[in-house]
Design a protein. Structure first.
Length: 203
């Protein structure tokens, strides 16, 4: 074999990555077999490198772990704590995923770019609940009939079935930490629903 990363080396790194992912999620081989429809013996051999990784095996695993297929194939070898984050561009904003588990609460760093002209709010609705914390800048938050401005260090929490919109209040860049959850799954941090949050509390 020549020098450099070969196809065999790439496939050889899949097993250790799959084992690390399973242990990180606290899932047993039996649980994984039940979720994917792949037998325990096949999963064990795949993780140990005795079974070659194929598309038919990797697709259900990628769905179960909630990660892109290419992350399973091109992921760093086990023991490497780095996560290869791929920013998502939507609605003119950048979302950096900070969590990768399927279901439950999803965490993002959200970046609203500088806006030379004040944008007209275009509220949207969707199922779920949202908690946000302003890291930098001044956020304009429209939720239902309320039109609020939050500065660095302030937080808000709201039901996303209400029409809502986020933007910059002064045209500058805004950076946020955002948690999205399904309906009924709320962040432990609470804010007063009648005014912008001045601080946070525990459960």
């Amino acid at each position: 074999m020549g020098s450099g990363t070969t196809d065999e080396e790439v496939l050889g790194a899949v097993g250790p990555r799959l084992r690390a992912l399973r242990r990180e999620r606290g899932i047993t081989l039996a649980d994984l077999a039940a979720r994917t429809g792949v037998s325990e013996s096949t999963l064990s051999r795949l993780e140990s490198g005795q079974r070659r990784a194929t598309l038919e095996l990797l697709l259900p695993l990628a769905r179960t772990y909630g990660v892109p297929l290419d992350d399973l194939v091109g992921a760093p070898r086990t023991g490497d704590p780095r996560i290869h984050i791929k920013p998502i561009e939507r609605f003119g904003m950048t979302f950096v995923p900070l969590s990768r588990r399927p279901g439950g609460v999803h965490a993002f760093k959200m970046i609203i770019p500088a806006q030379p002209e004040q944008l007209e709010p275009t509220p949207q609705t969707h199922e779920g609940f949202e908690w946000l914390y302003v890291l930098h800048g001044r956020l304009r938050l429209v939720v239902g009939e309320r039109d609020l401005v939050l500065s660095s260090g302030e937080a808000a929490e709201f039901d996303t079935s209400l029409p809502h919109w986020l933007g910059s209040s002064d045209g500058g860049v805004v950076e946020l930490l955002v948690l999205y959850g399904l309906q009924g799954v709320r962040a432990h941090v609470r804010t007063d629903p009648h005014r912008p949050a001045r601080g946070t509390s525990g459960r």
